[in-house]
Design a protein around this ligand. Structure first.
Ligand SMILES: [Zn+2]
Length: 343
């Protein structure tokens, strides 16, 4: 097996003729696929142009996957959330302080309906090839790990809906401590929204392809993120996902970490008959030596990755998250894409 798909993410779409020029540049950089970040604002405001933009990409031979980027702050992404603007409830709640947080609770029917309608509308109208679930997560815990106890003191979500679901399932009140029942409940409920919407999309159009991309975490005995999608067996086993993907690793991390994450990504994906996808950091940071990009792409190929992707078009040039040499980084990724595809 070898890498057959090379993707780049793209946001800021709006005008078809401008998007077409950018798509041509992606083709010139060896991209086979564009991951279109569709924000809540795009959906609310630019929707008439989305099908035409997808068609423009198709006309140049690009495959198109739609990413409901940063939706409800449930997915990763810097965009603001219209759901949070328009609703005062249905937010994740801190277990320890009881405060409402600026993250939609994806276990509420309100957000589940919103997400499902967003995706099904695009599945009906846009004419794209599938969807990309982009780093779904609970607000907490994250990044804090201890070998002596829990990964963090606080966690979400202990909103009234999550408490009710827990009580109905386990028959006792939801603890404020992150017990094993709470962990299990968080994994189960977190997968429900993606599983339900993915199934609905496939019932509408069986050709739609679903990629689920989760954080690239160690998930070891001692260190895990516990943000809802770190149980890779549960995620990769979901019958409505076609591709199991793990997200960007900072270039500064040791190559042994790239290897470990990639081996586990491929193992979980292939165990459940899914394609394996790995990412390149194509914005914000760049390697001290650009040859590291070549080595990591070779590593992905060697370890059996089926697809590679990079965030984002032109290295984030012009944004606050641009790489220091954004255009050079974009060019080097493009050279690797062409090299790996034998172009
Ligand atoms: Zn909740």
């Amino acid at each position: 097996m070898s890498i057959t798909q090379t993707a780049i993410s793209y946001y800021g779409l709006g005008y078809v003729e401008h998007a077409r020029a950018d798509f041509q540049e992606m083709c010139d950089h060896g991209c086979t696929t564009v991951i279109l970040a569709v924000t809540e604002f795009d959906f609310d405001f630019w929707r008439p142009n989305i099908p035409a933009i997808v068609e423009a990409a198709h006309s140049l031979g690009l495959k198109v996957l739609l990413d409901p980027w940063g939706i409800g702050k449930f997915f990763g992404g810097e965009q603001v959330s219209k759901f949070l603007q328009d609703n005062t409830e249905n937010r994740q709640v801190s277990a320890l302080t009881g405060e409402k947080l600026p993250y939609a609770c994806f276990n509420t029917n309100s957000f589940r309906d919103y997400f499902r309608n967003f995706c099904l509308t695009l599945a009906r109208e846009a004419g794209a090839d599938g969807f990309f679930w982009d780093e779904p997560h609970y607000a907490f815990p994250k990044g804090i790990a201890s070998i002596t106890g829990g990964v963090a003191d606080d966690w979400t979500c202990r909103c009234p809906v999550c408490q009710k679901r827990f009580l109905d399932y386990y028959g006792h009140e939801m603890p404020k401590y992150l017990t094993n029942d709470v962990k299990q409940s968080r994994w189960r409920e977190a997968l429900a929204i993606l599983s339900d919407t993915s199934r609905a999309i496939k019932e509408l159009d069986a050709r739609q392809e679903i990629t689920c991309c989760v954080h690239a975490t160690q998930n070891s005995y001692y260190v895990t993120e516990l943000r809802g999608y770190d149980n890779w067996d549960a995620v990769a086993a979901c019958p409505y996902f076609d591709v199991f993907s793990t997200t960007i690793i900072n270039w500064a991390l040791p190559e042994s970490f790239f290897r470990e994450i990639t081996e586990r990504t491929v193992a979980f994906a292939h165990k459940y008959g899914k394609q394996a996808e790995r990412w390149l950091m194509g914005y914000y940071k760049q390697p001290a030596d650009f040859a590291q990009i070549d080595r990591i792409v070779d590593l992905y190929q060697e370890l059996g990755v089926d697809r590679i992707a990079a965030w984002t078009y032109r290295g984030g040039h012009g944004t606050v998250l641009a790489a220091p040499n954004a255009l050079e980084l974009w060019d080097r990724i493009g050279e690797n894409y062409k090299r790996i595809l034998g172009k």
